[in-house]
Design a protein around this ligand. Sequence first.
Ligand code: NDP
Length: 253
Amino acid sequence: RKEFQSDTVLVTGATAGFGRAIAHKFHAAGAKVIAVGRRADRLDALKQELGARLMPLALDVADTAAIAREMEQLPADFRDITLLVNNAGFGTDRGAAQDAALADWDDMVNVNIRGLLHMTHHALPGMLARGRGQIINIGSVAGRAVGPTNAVYSATKSFVLQFTKALKTDLIGTPVRASYIAPGAAETEFSLVRWQGDEARAAKAYAGYQPLTAEDIAEAVFFAAAMPAHVDVTELELMPHQQGFGPRIFARD
Ligand code: NDP
């Protein structure tokens, strides 16, 4: 299907990158969209751009009490969420695991795992009661691949992969679907966040090849959502053409 007029789509991390592109994509297909992120000014700008069918929801998904409160208080015309896209996340391993700051590990776990779990927990009962719904979780190629200086980020995305597949399995007796989408390198604010606003360093992540765009990922999310109700897109991996699998790593003498 191409029309989403009867849908309400909640996207976390809608102030930048994939989430903003996903919000635009579903809004253009006729859905009501709840855009979640911490930066209220960007949510307001999105509201200005998209108008009545866009509900800005300033929320830190690491704040589980705030998630519970906000999900409980959704206005009547945005309450019936048909699609939850758990997209908010980041990777802030900035070196080897043995050199990491414990706070960075906590931050990744709190957003990439706990935030996703709490959003899912609060969205599911309504979907089950209404007999309609889908949860699309954004993982990463790092959820399967082991690479250097990425320990906790890749572990959080492995969690998302396994959780999504287990959730899909538990939901087979219900009309609610769950999908996992694993992007490779995409040019967003992801590297800027990783390198704490250092633009030159962030740009190096995308030098010399054509990375994926946020719109590429929005297409993949849309594909998973647009499949007929009897089809689960269980796992979808996307990479830039110029990205390959697996690093060759040796600590040579
Ligand atoms: P961006 O940094 O461009 O966007 C991340 C979004 O997440 C922002 O909207 C940010 O909003 C939001 N976010 C971060 N922390 C929180 C929080 N505590 N509460 C609510 N929202 C939050 O990155 P991408 O678009 O690239 O990343 C989106 C997802 O895709 C992430 O899960 C990332 O791990 C994953 N991914 C990215 C890849 C890439 O190469 N770019 C590759 C594979 C996966 P705000 O700061 O306003 O809260």
